[in-house]
Design a protein. Structure first.
Length: 138
């Protein structure tokens, strides 16, 4: 299975968000163990670097986080085509529309996010981390 992992799940891991950490960490580990192939949007490393640099106050640590991400996740295409397609999707948030358009270009099987409502218009199945982990365990 090939799935787009939303930015919020990676931020849960890096920022140690207690409430979400167990499932988000299990998603990370399932990808690392090859139980699925994790993809991220090309925007995700940029967004995470920006947040990590401000939160951690350490540019080198933020770069190390990005290096880990790039070593573990595949990157969805993000070209003018996906950006234009995203404008036609009925999403409230353009970033979520871009991620969905990129996932469609890659013919991914799923999107994994904590914010399922943000992806309600997606034509690709959308799972919460716990739902996706249950799917993987079958």
């Amino acid at each position: 299975m090939r799935a787009l992992v939303d930015t919020n799940i990676l931020l849960d891991v890096f920022l140690q968000r207690d409430e979400f950490l167990p499932d988000s960490m299990d998603i990370w580990l399932a990808n690392e163990q090859g139980l699925f192939t994790g993809y991220i949007s090309a925007m995700t490393p940029v967004n995470i670097y920006y947040i990590a640099r401000k939160t951690l106050q350490d540019k080198n640590e933020a770069r190390n986080l990005i290096s880990k991400i790039l070593g573990l996740f595949e990157i969805c295409a993000l070209t003018k085509s996906e950006l234009q397609d995203a404008l036609t999707l009925p999403f409230a948030d353009y970033e979520d529309a871009v991620q969905t358009a990129s996932a469609k270009t890659e013919n991914l099987d799923a999107i994994v996010t904590r914010n399922k409502n943000d992806f309600a218009s997606a034509t690709i199945p959308v799972y919460s981390p716990s739902e996706f982990l249950q799917l993987l365990s079958k």
